[in-house]
Design a protein around this ligand. Structure first.
Ligand code: HAM
Length: 430
């Protein structure tokens, strides 16, 4: 009896070999640029205590209310697969003493888990690269972080992104705004849907995010956060705008941009692609000056962002901006299996001598014709053919697969020189 094949868990994707170059390009670009700005990598656990997220992200957020993968482990502790990286990064920075008299800049990458409804650009396991900067209260770090994110996105070759920024103000300003919002929405309570009714008192800012068309006009008419900002936040935000202008970075102030996590206050920003439909935000972040204290540390200003890698990979693939995987330089071809053992040894010697060499062995054998076909398909520049004659004479035949050159038979000792010359001549990938 043939049993039915087991499928993946919905929303938990595989990255296939064809997507490998785009993923590597995105990850390497983040690493390179973050390091240039002085960010150091931290590797954080995937599982944290549930309480960390409910405290940091907020009890009445979509993430904590309905999206977390929470389970009781064998000790009876409530644990959660991280839905994002900021909370864990702050926990680690605090617990490991990284915030003592220091202004650490940290970055991390890895899988995050949210039980959302899967669709294009939205998965239950997805990957983020995040960056967090601690200890700097002024708008200069906000501006630098935004410019850094813009630089990364440009380096990835993804176009048509817009930058939206906003200030959520201080907690006191947001409190006043919340009250004004509650008053406004209460006056129109008959048009509010169940979600909005439920959030009206706990998280009225999130009501602004509703996509329900029946509520569009009430949302449109709602008070504007910008009118409630305290002076300090206004000055901070204005300086940020001036710095972005000074650096030639264009942006749009979107006073409705509120973000879905409770720890934010002050500057928030998002990079949005028009090409990804509803799931268009590729990189998002903001200031969270209250979070370190909420998790038990001393008040510490902080700001960060996280980028969604699946979305960026999709854009990189559409723009075809990732360098393709290198084709092999050479593929070995043998006339019969008795040559396998010393051809393997020859391949190892060549790899020792030429550390850059990408060499393919005819593993599994097969006829010379099929080996040559495979060599050709692999994109290798040359086939290195060993028959009984070559083996006896310690020579090898070089068949050029991409250039219009005659096949030649050379002494084995000449091979490194020939392969090096060939590599020097290769422009671009095949
Ligand atoms: P976030 O907006 O929840 O922020 O997520 C950041 C990015 O992760 C999103 O813009 C999106 O690209 C990607 N993302 C989120 N959910 C999914 C999903 N289900 N499938 C695919 N991609 C997704 C945060 O996570 C904050 N920790 C960012 C931050 C860091 N703020 C300050 N520091």
């Amino acid at each position: 009896m043939v049993s039915s094949p087991i499928q993946n868990v919905r929303g938990f994707g595989d990255v296939l070999p064809s997507e490998g170059p785009a993923w590597a390009f995105v990850e390497q670009t983040f690493r390179r640029e973050l390091e240039r700005y002085g960010y150091a990598e931290v590797r954080l656990p995937i599982v944290e205590k549930t309480e960390l997220f409910s405290r940091a992200i907020g009890e009445v957020t979509d993430i904590v209310e309905k999206e977390m993968y929470t389970f009781i482990d064998r000790n009876g502790d409530s644990l959660t697969l991280r839905p994002e990286g900021t909370a864990g990064c702050v926990r680690a920075a605090l617990q490991r003493g990284l915030l003592h008299n220091a202004q650490p800049r940290l970055w991390y990458s890895g899988p995050m888990f949210r039980h959302e409804r899967p669709q294009k650009g939205r998965y239950r396991q997805f990957h983020q690269v995040g960056a967090e900067a601690f200890g700097v209260p002024g708008p200069d770090i906000d501006a630098e972080l935004i410019l850094l994110s813009g630089r990364i996105l440009r380096a990835l070759g993804v176009r048509d992104l817009r930058l939206e920024i906003n200030s959520l103000g201080t907690q006191a300003a947001r409190q006043r705004y919340r009250e004004a919002l509650i008053e406004h929405f209460q006056a129109h309570s008959s048009t509010l849907d169940d979600d909005a009714q439920r959030r009206l008192h706990s998280n009225p800012l999130r009501v602004l995010d509703s996509k329900n068309p029946a509520m569009a006009s009430v949302i449109e008419a709602a008070p504007d956060l910008a009118d409630y900002l305290d002076e300090e936040s206004q000055t901070h935000f204005q300086s940020l705008c001036d710095m972005l202008d000074g650096a030639g970075q264009s942006y749009r102030v979107n006073t409705r941009l509120v973000r879905g996590l409770d720890y934010y206050g002050g500057t928030v920003f998002e990079w949005i692609s028009a090409d990804l439909g509803a799931q268009g935000t590729v990189l998002a972040g903001g200031r969270y000056d209250v979070l370190v204290e909420m998790i038990g540390g001393r008040p510490t200003p902080a700001i960060g962002f996280a980028a969604g890698l699946e979305r960026l990979v999709a854009l990189v693939e559409a723009a075809n901006s990732a360098p393709s995987a290198p084709a092999p330089d050479a593929a070995l071809v043998i006339s019969d299996d008795s040559l396998q053992s010393d051809t393997l040894a020859l391949a190892e010697r060549l790899r020792d001598e030429l550390p850059w060499l990408h060499l393919q062995m005819p593993l599994g054998g097969g006829s010379m014709k099929s080996q040559l076909r495979r060599a050709n398909r692999s994109g290798a520049a040359v086939a290195l053919i060993r028959g009984a004659e070559e083996a006896a004479a310690e020579t090898i035949s070089v068949k050029y697969l991409r250039d219009d050159l005659e096949q030649e038979t050379v002494a084995i000792g000449e091979l490194p020189k020939i392969l090096s010359a060939l590599q020097a001549n290769r422009t671009g990938q095949y």
